[in-house]
Design a protein around this ligand. Structure first.
Ligand SMILES: NC(=O)c1ccc[n+]([C@@H]2O[C@H](COP(=O)([O-])OP(=O)(O)OC[C@H]3O[C@@H](n4cnc5c(N)ncnc54)[C@H](OP(=O)(O)O)[C@@H]3O)[C@@H](O)[C@H]2O)c1
Length: 253
């Protein structure tokens, strides 16, 4: 079994990726900023499942930290067989009202870091002759609702392009587009999801298991759950003015 490197491993989808990958026997490299929490989760994963765990405390908004993570991805020691670009956050405010600093930070973590780490991984994996890259996008990639949507639309387009470049090699690229999922994401962004009915909220378990299944099948795009498959399908065929109008009542991520 290969080693998987998961960014944003301290909570939500990232932590769930670690548990499901560990249960399948993958050794893990966990990446996030909160070092104590990262070490605690890594040790629990090791004690419960017996897999080997490493941690890299890194702020993906910082070039030096991204370079350290990139170097680990390219290292021949315990080669990385799966890269999960999961770290991300909601901005929670409209672009014009937000600080440019927060906007640049979001762009760096959700776009630049995904590009840099994918570059490191795709080269190393192609050379070694195996590997997979999984990028966490969102249904927001089609909603046209602020810069968060723009970043996730980039992730989808980038992953599609990467998957085409890698055709004919043993390396795959997959993007997962989850709908709203119960994690700390909304609290961290200060977004109130109180009006969202419980049936419209996904669980991390469901999102991660569908995403990993898509990776194992070499699929390029996956939207977990029938509800959001239909929603994505509807947004693809609807006129864009209708999608924008429908999104007016939905808070910015
Ligand atoms: N929840 C949803 O409804 C939903 C829907 C669609 C897509 N997504 C996407 O799913 C991914 C995971 O989100 P989540 O819902 O699991 O949210 P979450 O529970 O808030 O987790 C976000 C993770 O990203 C890490 N992170 C944030 N900024 C970072 C930085 N600068 N450097 C390194 N790590 C950083 C956090 O770790 P530290 O704070 O320890 O650094 C944390 O582990 C994100 O890309 C998000 O956009 C979420």
């Amino acid at each position: 079994m290969g080693t998987a490197l998961v960014t944003g491993a301290t909570s939500g989808l990232g932590e769930e990726f670690c548990w499901q990958l560990a249960a399948a026997g993958h050794n893990l490299v966990l990446v996030a900023r909160r070092g104590e929490l990262l070490a605690e989760i890594a040790s629990r994963l090791h004690n419960v499942t017996g897999v080997r765990t490493e941690v890299i405390v890194a702020d993906l908004a910082q070039p030096k930290d991204r370079a350290r993570v990139g170097a680990r991805i390219q290292s021949p020691e315990a080669p990385i067989g799966l890269l999960v670009n999961n770290a991300g956050f909601g901005l929670g405010r409209p672009f014009v009202d937000n600080s440019l600093e927060n906007e640049k930070n979001a762009l760096t973590v959700m776009v630049e870091a995904v590009m840099e780490l994918s570059h490191c991984a795709a080269r190393a994996m192609r050379e070694r002759g195996h590997g997979a890259i999984l990028n966490v996008a969102s249904v927001a990639s089609l909603t046209g609702a602020g810069t968060y949507s723009a970043h996730k639309a980039w992730v989808v387009a980038f992953t599609e392009g990467l998957s085409q470049e890698l055709r004919g090699t043993p390396v795959t690229a997959t993007a997962v587009c989850p709908g709203p999922t119960r994690t700390q994401f909304f609290d961290n962004a200060g977004v109130d999801m109180g009006q969202t009915p419980p049936w419209a909220m996904l669980t991390s378990e469901q999102v991660v298991s569908e995403a990993l299944d898509a990776v194992s099948r070499g699929r390029v795009l996956v939207t977990p759950s029938p509800l959001y498959k239909v929603a994505m399908g509807a947004m693809k065929v609807s006129p864009r003015w209708l999608v924008r109008r429908a999104m007016r009542s939905v808070p910015h991520m």
